[in-house]
Ligand binder design. Sequence first.
Ligand code: FAD
Length: 467
Amino acid sequence: GAGDVHAEVVVLGSGPGGYTAAFRAADLGKKVVLIEKDSSLGGVCLNVGCIPSKALLHAAKVMNEAEEMGDHGITFAKPDVDIDKLRGWKESVINQLTGGLAGLAKARKVQVVNGYGTFTGANMIEVDNDGIKSTVSFDQCIIAAGSEPVTLPFIPHDDPRVIDSTGALELEDVPGRILVLGGGIIGLEMATVYDALGSDVTIVEFMDQIIPGADKDIVKPLHNRIKAKYEAILTKTKVTGVEATDEGLKVTMEGPDGEKVDTFDKLLVAVGRRPNGAKINAAAAGVAVDERGFIAVDNQQRTGVPHIFAIGDVVGQPMLAHKAVHEGKVAAEVCAGHKRFFDARVIPSVAYTDPEVAWVGMTETQAKAEGIKVGKGVFPWAASGRSLSLGRSEGITKVLFDEDGDRVIGAGIVGPNAGDLVAEVALAIEMGADAVDLGHTIHPHPTLSETVNFAAEMFEGTITDLM
Ligand code: FAD
């Protein structure tokens, strides 16, 4: 057909993995086509993920801090929330970024083809743009199709009162009582937003703690703080039924105290994400997709078909934007003939809750499970001058070291801006740093970054001055 094109490298999906791969491949001289079904570039992260959630979390933070300053002598009026304007601001942040991407694609002569792509052969993708079909033939392909929210069979997802993270970010209204199903990062971030806007929040989590991936001691300060604000945090509890009634959503839950039925105005389902691998007819290209929809790759992001690569959420956990970006660079460079491997030792995780919870590398829970002996340095932020001057004292910085070499192997940090602090530990791990490296590096005072330095000194037993 008239719209048919050929690409040296075609990238399927324009999320953080896809646009990074497309841009890098173009920078390395490849003729690149980027296929995207949605009207704007940027994928989940920019449109309905990382970025809009952080904009709304900023609004939540400002409201919470203003309220808390009341205890320190500064009282503001109760916030007056213009939800349309807030939504508009969030949209403008998204548009600025996705528009920027379109400009960057143009500048690199990356051709964006709009529509839904499916494989029809080992060197061919068919693109369906509202019924108008075209083809993209390719020498090499990078699959970056991402993931979508998991749905559950016993939940009436068609009911407008049942929402996923995308629905929550749409900010349609401020519900009275909202049940957040899933105490993971996404559920807790959206809970933070709706609590600040005035909803009564209940969290239900099947495991025995919220943020199950992080160590309990690191999660506890967050748990304690939100327990005081929210209606309830129900751990070891599962939702077994949801019935849509005129009065609201009648939810049946089973927890340590038995079965309970309660009615909510909205239900946010945040129980995980599933990869989109099964929806691109990968079999036509000979690419294997497992029963969950993941595509297996080697350490160069190659699928079983040597000229087809895959990156991001579609290749596995952790489903995080910075992992997708890193893999996108690896795949693009390998496509361009460079000898590049995915050899990152660690991928940091951050919950942008208040306080933030961040961790990287080995956790204590993991070390225990694997029988690995670790040393640790723990610094309580109650002894950090900077933290106290923010009106906050609940934070903890914990750095883990291997038993004898004192090499840094992991960290868990909770407190305001923990996510920014964990990057230093990621670098320390990548560089093979030890406790002395962290302890002898002069950190600026007074900053929260000092808590990493202090934790290393706690481990070394050399700490003298806490504030
Ligand atoms: P995606 O971003 O999922 O992009 C895939 C793209 O491919 C989409 O644009 C999709 O439309 C397109 N596509 C799929 N199939 C086809 C097809 N067949 N044809 C054409 N186009 C197709 N991660 C973080 O690191 N930090 C955060 O703070 C963070 N916050 C999040 C908050 C929320 C609410 C959510 C839902 C996620 C968050 N994430 C966060 C996760 C992050 O968004 C993902 O890990 C990241 O977007 C994955 O990037 P990707 O490139 O693999 O795919």
